[in-house]
Design a protein around this ligand. Structure first.
Ligand code: UD1
Length: 459
């Protein structure tokens, strides 16, 4: 392999990789989080900008041949990785606090580097805006992932219907628009077999600059899809229906600069609500969009916890006795798969038996084994977890298996008797801004330490 000469483009990518990889990401971080449980929490939580909105909107900035200013961008490893991918494509980025300035005027190549895409599935979404803007995009397949296979067939089929030639060679998706000199995609009617968030976002971005009208049917209705549509509209895109099952996009020849603020993170909000519920603590949280959490709040209510709106963007949680309740994850407005693990921790301490059915991802119940190490009584059969409520959890060394599983372990650790030590913090850092500091402010006792003296059961 080493004898094969690198093309100019590969050398450009390698150079940009070495530039954007500094400082190194904490992939090999061996830190652990120690939590001393049974603390009661109190106070107010400041909710950060939504990770999933920020990632899609950063990709959409590729559509604009000028400046985009994004406000309320959370400081997260995933956001940093997306920034590195955009940098490798030629986007200029500058971050000041939670403001991110992007300039995509000069895109220097159309190939996203494998080393970065493989670390962040959402980076595959750059294929839509790249194709729309340049008429060509090459993005490595994001590959498998801890929570399931997560294919990209819906993205690919939709792009083909928009007129792109798409081939998959050597693990990379090559997409290009042939024929016309301006190399624009063509509007089409596309029905998604499943309301995939990523495919909806990819196709919506691709269609903004296409010739003619695109009708996307059976699309995802998640608030992050609406946020992306609003961002594109602020740049001059013509999009109707985001937040419903059908999105209609009338293509425009070009988009313009914009200053845009990302919505609050509904999953971070939900995670803190569950932290309040499991520790029997009264908390307030803002800024939030209460309607984005309707299914989560309704489920908490059924479990015995009250969540009340205070003004338009603040929630207060009032604790209560926890009762078992069944949960089934579904696309929005159903119960979010991204809250399933946190609720598993909560239900493990609720009175009675609960069934949790995961329908969105095929392998997203693995945290049950770690919760069992803390004394929970959970059995998994297929895509269903049978949770038998126990009166108490006890602190233990545990390993985070994915992002939301890591949050579930933190929540369990807050309620458990004694000390919990969580490994695999790179998952947590992908999606929660300042989680430890926010919890400490509420009175939780926890700290991140470089090395754990106690022997670990898992290498
Ligand atoms: C997004 C979210 C993630 C959330 C998920 C579901 C981002 C960055 N991530 O992920 O936090 O858990 O929505 O709410 O926004 N699928 C296919 N073919 C495809 C695309 C998806 O079969 O082409 C399947 C997936 O394997 C999965 C299901 O559809 O089983 C849902 O995936 P999707 O909605 O696409 O999730 P993501 O966009 O990857």
């Amino acid at each position: 392999m080493s004898n094969i000469p690198l093309s100019l483009e590969d050398r450009v990518i390698n150079q940009s990789l070495s530039l954007v990889n500094t400082p190194a990401l904490p992939l090999e971080d061996k830190s652990v989080l120690q939590i001393w449980g049974r603390a009661s929490l109190k106070g107010h939580v400041e909710i950060s900008g939504a990770k999933n909105s920020a990632l899609a909107i950063m990709a959409a900035a590729l559509l604009c041949p000028g400046d985009c200013r994004l406000q309320n961008v959370p400081s997260l490893v995933d956001v940093k990785r997306m920034g590195q991918i955009l940098t490798s494509l030629g986007v200029k980025l500058e971050r000041n606090g939670n403001t991110l300035d992007l300039n995509s005027t000069y895109l220097k190549n159309s190939k996203a580097p494998y080393e970065l895409v493989s670390q962040l599935r959402a980076s595959f979404f750059v294929i839509g805006p790249m194709l729309a803007r340049l008429g060509v995009a090459r993005v490595p397949l994001p590959g498998g992932c801890a929570i399931g296979a997560r294919p990209v067939d819906l993205h690919v089929r939709g792009l083909q219907l928009l007129g792109a030639e798409v081939h998959i060679e050597h693990g990379t998706v090559h997409a290009y628009v042939s024929g016309s000199s301006r190399r624009r995609l063509k509007g089409a009617k596309i029905y998604l077999d499943y309301p995939s968030v990523g495919a909806t976002e990819t196709l919506m971005m691709a269609a903004t600059l296409a010739e003619g009208e695109t009708i996307l049917e059976n699309v995802a209705q998640e608030p992050e899809v609406v946020d992306l549509a609003n961002f594109c509209r602020a740049m001059g895109a013509k999009i109707r229906g985001a937040g419903t099952k059908t999105i209609i996009i009338s293509g425009v020849p070009s988009l313009h600069s914009v200053d845009y603020s990302i919505i609050p993170d509904r999953i971070e909000t939900g995670t803190f609500l569950v932290a309040g519920a499991i520790t029997h603590s009264e908390l307030t949280l803002s800024p939030v969009v209460p309607e984005h959490l309707t299914s989560v709040i309704a489920k908490l209510h059924d479990i015995g916890v009250k969540v009340i709106a205070e003004g338009s963007d603040c929630l207060r949680i009032i604790p209560g006795n926890l009762q078992a309740k069944d949960i089934k994850t579904l696309p929005y407005p159903g119960f979010p798969t991204d809250m399933q693990a946190q609720f598993m921790a909560l239900l493990s301490l609720s009175e009675g038996d609960s069934l949790i059915t995961e329908t969105v991802f095929e392998n997203r119940l693995r945290h049950f084994a770690e919760l069992n190490r803390m004394g929970a009584d959970i059995r998994v059969e297929g895509n269903t977890a049978i949770v038998r409520g126990v009166p108490m959890l006890s602190g233990a060394p545990v390993v985070a298996t994915d992002l939301r599983a890591s949050a579930a372990l933190v929540i369990a650790g807050l309620a458990a008797e004694g000390k919990t030590t969580i490994q695999g913090l790179h998952h947590l850092d992908r999606g929660y801004e300042n989680l430890e500091a926010k919890l400490q402010k509420l009175g939780a006792r926890l700290q991140r330490v470089k090395d754990e003296a106690e022997p670990s059961l898992i290498e």
